[in-house]
Design a protein around this ligand. Sequence first.
Ligand SMILES: C[C@@H]1N[C@@H](c2cn(-c3ccccc3)nn2)[C@H](O)[C@@H]1O
Length: 445
Amino acid sequence: QEIGLQYGADRLGKRYDAAMQKFRENRLGAFIHWGLYAIPGGEWNGQVYNGAAEWLKSWAKVPAEEWLQLMKQWNPQNFDAKKWAKMAKDMGVKYVKITTKHHEGFCLWPSKFTEYTVTNTPYKKDILGELVKAYNEVGIDVHFYFSVMDWSHPDWRYSIKNQEDEIAFQRFLAFTDNQLKELATRYPTVKDFWFDGTWDESIKKNGWWTAHAERMLKELIPGVTVNSRLRADDYGKRHFDSNGHLMGDYESAYERRLPDPIKDLQVTKWDWEACMTLPENQWGYHKDWSLSYVKNPVEVLERIVHAVSMGGNMVVNFGPQADGDFRTEEKEIAKAIGKWMQKNGECIYACDYAGWEKQDWEYYTHKKNSVYMIVFNRPYSKQLTVKVPKETQIINAVLLNGEKMKVTETARNEYNVGVPKQDFQEPFVIKLEIKSSKTSTNKYQ
Ligand SMILES: C[C@@H]1N[C@@H](c2cn(-c3ccccc3)nn2)[C@H](O)[C@@H]1O
């Protein structure tokens, strides 16, 4: 029995309009975390903090007015939006999510509603506008990251303890509405809003506003998508409302973690998008990446394929330097991913959950009447176990370079697919052509 909600999910089930289909079929995106935090890069008053660099203000307990002095040093002389767009294109991402404003409150666009923007820095120019133009010009969709929590704004509140808090916070929500309207009208080609900084009591007590923000953006930009993290319902329930229905257009809870391919198959019922960092937990630029493990290209690929194999998107994060260029490690990872995507992208783009039982060699994805096997773990047996659903037959198996693979039926609904002769020293993809069969023969007792 469902309860009545005014600010619960606006829609049940997946969206199938063209804009959402594009969101889903994009599958691979990049995150850009760029703000004042890139200047100190994790170090404050001679001390290096190993927490997330974009949270340095918090770790070093820097008062807002002192932190925002960093604006005087914001002058990224090596920033070139066209170079950023080429890097993304070469990586094979179909969309880029950009921090318009992170928790610190510094805006990459010339907002009229605060002084803490690029306009009031030595750089002056509209960085967000340059990036939207450059990415769109190379056919890459732009998504906006927007932090509701704003450490620069006197009316921000973590909780509402009294009438003064209540009045201040309603002013804050009006300020936020103004900034969102500004972003939606200045940059009408934006395809998605990814909200962050919405976990505090103050927002959970104002679920009405989160429903209003989603509806407002969808009126301003038909087709735009909004993540579940924005949303709280009448009772402060987040992501899924009090009736268990997903709010927003896709679940956005998988940050630096992924659903289990055996135990968490429920996520295949709705759209979702994960995001990940290259170090253990650095979104903004940190000067010392030796402080935590940095994933190698295959480990990044494994997470991308894992997400798509369960019907989700993956967004890989980059934290540009204060000068507007990227660190070498990030350029190399982007290049390596792009090289692999060039050869194997057809098992990612517009692919979805295959519904087959995961095997040790790793992941399946599905598109039309093909099932792709993406092999990360080459078995010593030289045989790839494939267990198919009932009444499903494998017609043939080919490597993406066309080399035919041997397929042997080993038991009821089970096959062995041979491994390629050549050891590619990188994950490889086998494309299975399948057909459903109602074979009556039952050669297995
Ligand atoms: C996408 C990522 N989300 C931001 C974040 C969120 N949190 C966080 C804070 C409190 C509870 C749970 C998670 N910490 N960092 C990071 O700064 C980055 O922007």
